[in-house]
Design a protein around this ligand. Structure first.
Ligand SMILES: N[C@@H](CCC(=O)N[C@@H](CS)C(=O)NCC(=O)O)C(=O)O
Length: 315
């Protein structure tokens, strides 16, 4: 794990010095992919969607990258938007393309490390090298490395190029979707990381308590209806799912989020099963990469790198 400083790679762990709290850095690349190359909703620089022009870099372990893989699958973008998968283990060189089951080599520059693509796009780059990342082969640069924005782009950018119909963030539900996303992001998606990477007892408890009160609330909501917003699958469900599906396998043990398991919540458990049954979604879930990434990469939390055998049947 490391960070780029003036374009040079430095091996370093997250800085929680001071109050013991993990703080997530904002994504560095925030351009927009659109059908006509026009600007994004907040005036971001636009890139025109074209078949085969872009490449999505993901880790199958990463819940943020997983969002983008799900929207890609639901929208049927497999032939329009190729994917490169990094190795699950993220140590002193960050994400790599080391050979391994499910890992795909980088065709853009034969990179060994993902940080080489980041410095190719921005030679003096400062900041973290993260997945997901969308590469533009025409401009030889990065469009975006922010998953919440990438899934909104994929939702419509390829519609005129043969994407499967489907709107996972309809205008009429957007205010509700944003409200649920905000709550789920703070307490659940990022909450598990704030618990796992905390380096003081207070910082840990400050993350775990709202995490479980939010899971209690979500369980109640999903006991009454199938989806979080309206009566259809939306982006809010996809964003919740990628954390829940990892929860019992890694967050419960490795990140010490162990007041309850998702298997103990009838509403949440049924929700994960419902998501897994949607055609295309189960194929985006790789428990081998998920478990091995967390337990083998975070040596400060799990120094031996031993990967637990359970749970027997995650889903
Ligand atoms: N805001 C980003 C966060 C992405 C992120 O933190 N990805 C993790 C993997 S789960 C990563 O690449 N971490 C490497 C690092 O922080 O150095 C997004 O949602 O796209």
């Amino acid at each position: 794990m490391g960070v780029l400083v003036d374009g040079q790679w430095h091996d370093s762990w997250y800085d929680t010095a001071g109050d013991g709290r993990f703080k997530r850095e904002d994504a560095a690349f925030r351009d927009w992919l659109s059908a006509d190359g026009g600007p994004g909703p907040d005036g971001q620089r636009g890139h025109r969607a074209e078949a085969g022009r872009y490449r999505l870099y993901v880790s199958l372990a990463c819940p943020w990258a997983h969002r983008t893989l799900i929207v890609r699958a639901l929208k049927g973008l497999e032939d329009l938007l190729p994917v490169s998968v990094v190795h699950w283990r993220m140590l002193e060189n960050g994400w790599t393309f080391e050979e391994g089951p499910g890992v795909t080599p980088d065709p853009v520059m034969g990179a060994r490390f993902l940080h080489q693509l980041y410095t190719r796009a921005r030679p003096g780059m400062n900041g973290r090298v993260t997945v997901p990342m969308l590469w533009d082969q025409a401009t030889d640069s990065i469009v975006s490395n922010e998953s919440s924005e990438l899934i909104r782009m994929f939702n419509s950018a390829y519609d005129a190029l043969g994407a499967r119909p489907g709107d996972f963030c309809p205008e009429s539900l957007r205010v509700q979707i944003d409200a649920v996303n905000g709550r789920v992001y703070d307490a659940v998606n990022n909450g598990v990381y704030r618990a796992g990477f905390a380096t003081t007892q207070d910082a840990y408890e400050e993350a775990v308590r709202p995490l479980f009160s939010t899971l209690d609330w979500l369980d109640g909501e999903l006991a009454q209806r199938s989806w979080l917003v309206g009566d259809r699958l939306t982006e809010a469900d996809i964003r919740l799912f990628t954390t829940l599906v990892r929860f019992d396998a890694v967050y419960h043990g490795h990140f010490k989020c162990n007041l309850r398991r998702i298997a103990d919540y009838p509403g949440l458990r049924a929700f994960v099963a419902r998501m897994m049954a949607i055609p295309g979604i189960a194929a985006t879930v790789n428990f081998d990469h998920i478990k091995r990434h967390y337990y083998e990469s975070h040596r400060g939390i799990n120094p031996t790198g031993i990967v637990p055998l359970g749970p027997l049947q995650p889903y």
